[in-house]
Design a binder for this molecule. Sequence first.
Ligand SMILES: NC(=O)c1ccc[n+]([C@@H]2O[C@H](COP(=O)([O-])OP(=O)(O)OC[C@H]3O[C@@H](n4cnc5c(N)ncnc54)[C@H](O)[C@@H]3O)[C@@H](O)[C@H]2O)c1
Length: 706
Amino acid sequence: MASSIHFLMCAPDHYDVDYVINPWMEGNIHKSSRDRAVEQWQDLYHIIKDRAVVELVQPQKGVPDMVFTANAGLVLDKTVVLSRFFHKERQGEEPFFKEWFLQQGFTVHELPKDLPFEGAGDALLDREGRWLWAGYGFRSELDSHPYLAKWLDIEVLSLRLMDERFYHLDTCFCPLTDGYLMYYPPAFDAYSNRLIEMRVPESKRIVVGEADAANFACNTVNINHTVIMNKASAELRERLEQAGFEVVETPLTEFLKAGGAAKCLTLRVTEPIQPLLHGAATIESRTIRLEGHLLDSGLINRALDLIVEGGGSFQVLNFQLGEQRQSTSQAEIKVTAPDHNVMEDIVSQLIDVGAVAPPQEVCDNPLETVELDGVAPDDFYVTTIYPTEVRVKCEWVRVQNQRMDGAIVVSETPEGLIAECKLLRDLKKGDRVVVGVEGIRTVRKTEARDQRSGSDKEFGFMGAGVSSERRVELVVEQIAWELRQIRDRGGKVVVVAGPVVIHTGGSEHLSRLIREGYVQALLGGNAIAVHDIEQAVLGTSLGVDMKRGVSVRGGHRHHLKVINSVRRHGNIANAVEQGMITTGIFYECVKNGVPFSLAGSIRDDGPLPDTQMDLIKAQEDYSRHIRGADMVLMLSSMLHSIGVGNMTPAGVKLVCVDINPAVVTKLSDRGSVESVGVVTDVGLFLSLLVQQLDKLTHVYQVAQTV
Ligand SMILES: NC(=O)c1ccc[n+]([C@@H]2O[C@H](COP(=O)([O-])OP(=O)(O)OC[C@H]3O[C@@H](n4cnc5c(N)ncnc54)[C@H](O)[C@@H]3O)[C@@H](O)[C@H]2O)c1
């Protein structure tokens, strides 16, 4: 028939499922019937021929998938971008398609050899010609999209495919006449779904369910108001008819075995240009550098996973492998993201694993001025626990007061440039704050091979893992050894503790640690102090007799009585000095000059006069006590431990003890080697710890006498 619409098809003379390059092919090798395939292809051919012009390319031996002409290339007007097949099994098709396009007078563009792009299988024009939807994630690289924008002078909208069953964009996405779009949303990531929803109004979106998607309903040939597909459910047919489409079903089951259907078997080679629209791609690329034990620490894998999971793609430009056991490796990686925001998210995560922009690229960090006290510029860089440096005047400046969830303020002082972490509430109008992610790096200690393999005498063998019950004693032994080292060199250990320490009988052990100089600051809430003092004064904890383990008559009022008594004395220190409190954790703190800070909460009884109910002041107190710590021991207080974790920079050893593995995992999962979780009863942990310290003391004494 006379039509201005032309399609390219290729007869299935050599079609078969010869190999497996997608999940549909699995189990289908040589299972398709040639006769049935020919029959089905002929039916499709005639249906299309009734509505458009069909041109044919000569089938070739040895390239069975050539029948899927959608993957020949991407056509716009008389220009074609040829496919660069991802799998070597299909690369043999490239010269045949190239020849056909050249014969027809097309201007042929070819992508660099190592840049996969699978033509109209992964790039679909909006049927109004307004833009090009381009898929990536399985077969085509995101990096190919800027070439499409440049060569075809069209806006490219990149969509990330997530489900390997829908490995090409045209298996789950089909732009239709009049601005309609038929698609299967779960095949895309959240960002892509948002982009689709922004461009296509809800009334024009025809969402298909999983069953239709699996029948390749989206792999449809659309000619004006006709849609030709393998199969449609009654529901989908009705929806399409409502939108003004005639639905033509033609079984293509033999081709489904290879992961293709109607659309895959055709390539529309007449695609007119919209003269008023011009090329644009929001795609951004940046190069980052990584250094360290990239392979054996798994750092390179982690970085590449972060890029892909974040919606980007990568190209390793350069990789220098450290040759000696102790030498480090370097990699230069080109990161590509579909837009600026995605790029910033990816790069900030890469910074956390130690990536940097090559130094020649950034000399000054972008800074923006604070306009309102306590409010950062929108795009401010959010700090992490890792020691961070920012690029100012072509120098790397170390950020002071490193902590999580702050902003970086850069100032020039008579002493030189200063960069420091500030909490949002501390920002002042006029402060210059680092925005974006350029010129920022975190300085990660290179994990030595020995540390990872476990022979390190400090925390190495525990890794950043959560130990099982079985390993508790071993872990305790290591912690005791470390505590002893810190005490002997005049270091600082901060204990964060909840009231469970008292209920589980840990009070006497923690008291001993304080008395013997193993603790330099104690952080907690109202409860630990109340229950410690209740036990010291009345022998009960929450009204339970700690010696006999039974409830005492009227015991439920005990804690209120002690709160009242302490309030009468003015504070805990006075209560100790005036003889009201004669034993216990807080008694030892006062007597041994160990500072403590109690942060208030909404459930506090009393509270004790020492409990700081102004939470901003409480946070400041905590932060002051944590400064300079070598180790933080977190003992069964989720609330206060999480607070402390956020304030503590990397490099401080964290030990988290809790009976709940989820709490331990949350607290010790800081991605650093210095944290360790112990899942056990805190009373038991403290008693084992004290026993181990006694053993060590004994060993030291023996060593001295020898
Ligand atoms: N009377 C009071 O004023 C009062 C009483 C209770 C709590 N509070 C306040 O409420 C806030 C939260 O209190 P919190 O720190 O107890 O609660 P939390 O929920 O933050 O932490 C308790 C943690 O202890 C763990 N745990 C329970 N049994 C354990 C065991 N045998 N061994 C090891 N770990 C165990 C839990 O899994 C949990 O993670 C604090 O500010 C506290 O002061 C006040």
